[in-house]
Design a protein around this ligand. Structure first.
Ligand SMILES: Nc1ncnc2c1ncn2[C@@H]1O[C@H](COP(=O)(O)OP(=O)(O)OP(=O)(O)O)[C@@H](O)[C@H]1O
Ligand SMILES: O=C(CO)[C@H](O)[C@H](O)COP(=O)(O)O
Length: 308
């Protein structure tokens, strides 16, 4: 049994919004061996077949064992191991339970991560993924057809069928987030869906952030910088907006990564291979803005840990 409390990150957002992709890079930045990852899809109540037969959707809270998830996260927080269910998307059914041990960091990601108050309250940092709708739809269709055995028509129908539940249960969770991460195409590339997307982190004043401004190169003009800060409002609340440019060069990313990674050296990553990695269908690609967003979140979690 562990004695020190872990730092727990919660990531919520609609299907295909990039939760698993974001979490994968963050885990690698912190060091996979000191992070326990939990995907909430594992807590579905029904197999794909059962949901189809009974006309149910995985998006509905009643179709997920959120109470068991909450007690599992509480156990991990207390330093105890859990026996976690496993949902296998490649077959749409459950596999053997998995013995999962606590670690310094716990990353919990899924459709309904912020739905239950008691679960929300356990997260030290809450991120809501909010890419532009057309990006999420493109990403979901690509992913469902290449990895989950759906036809394009089925994937499109699912998006259509789920719209109402998404409005009712998924989107309201945005309000509970500390950080909202939004990917969007730059004005000069309106059809962009991949590596050259801009990213914006809305930083709500609900947690203490480390000083991100130290990674902004003061010698550069604002529009040449890969990172910049502005003040803004989100649902009427004053917020800091951290902008990441989609056209970051490899040199700039490497320079900024080094600055950030110097802080993480103790727990430092063994390899940066998965940072900024995503799939376009089955093809592996790298997004520098995604990498930078992952590094900034990793830095934030690391600071919370050492200042605890
Ligand atoms: N920032 C990004 N840029 C480009 N593609 C991305 C980005 N983030 C995710 N993707 C791609 O979008 C698809 C969906 O991403 P991912 O599986 O991470 O979403 P998710 O929110 O975990 O979905 P689900 O809840 O349905 O499991 C994947 O193919 C992934 O590679
Ligand atoms: O919205 C989803 C989150 O990934 C999935 O549709 C849900 O998990 C069910 O999985 P599958 O469609 O593979 O049966």
């Amino acid at each position: 049994m562990r004695r020190t409390k872990p730092i727990i990150l919660g990531i919520a957002g609609d299907s295909g919004s990039g939760k698993t992709t974001l979490a994968r890079g963050i885990r690698q930045i912190l060091g996979n061996e000191i992070v326990t990852g939990i995907c909430i899809d594992d807590y579905h109540k029904y197999s794909r077949e059962e949901r189809k037969e009974q006309n149910l959707s995985a998006l509905h809270p009643d179709c997920n064992y959120l109470d068991i998830l909450q007690s599992h996260i509480a156990e991990l927080r207390r330093g105890k191991a859990i026996l976690k269910p496993v949902y296998d998307h490649s077959k749409g059914d459950f596999s053997r339970f998995k013995y999962v041990e606590p670690a310094d960091f716990i990353v919990v990601e899924g459709l309904l991560a912020f739905h239950i108050k008691k679960l929300r309250e356990m997260f030290d940092v809450k991120i809501y993924l909010d890419p532009e709708d057309f990006l999420r739809e493109t990403w979901k269709i690509q992913r469902d057809t290449s990895e989950r055995g759906y036809s394009e028509r089925e994937a499109k129908n699912t998006l259509h069928r789920r719209a109402e539940l998404s409005t009712r249960y998924i989107r309201p969770q945005r309000e509970h987030a500390d950080i909202v991460l939004n990917f969007y195409p730059p004005p000069e590339l309106p059809g962009e869906t991949g590596s050259r997307l801009n990213a914006r982190l809305i930083l709500r004043p609900t947690i203490r952030y480390p000083d991100f401004s130290q990674f902004i190169d003061q010698d550069q003009e604002a529009d040449e910088n890969c990172l910049s800060f502005t003040l803004g409002r989100d649902s009427g609340t004053p917020v800091d907006l951290l902008h990441i440019q989609g056209n970051i060069s490899q040199d700039t990313l490497e320079y900024t990564s080094r600055l950030i990674l110097e802080h993480l050296s103790e727990a430092g990553p063994t390899s940066l291979e998965n940072i900024g990695r995503y799939l376009e269908g089955k093809t592996p690609r790298k997004s520098y803005p995604l990498a930078l967003a992952q590094l900034l979140v990793g830095f934030c979690l690391h600071k919370l840990k050492i200042n605890r």
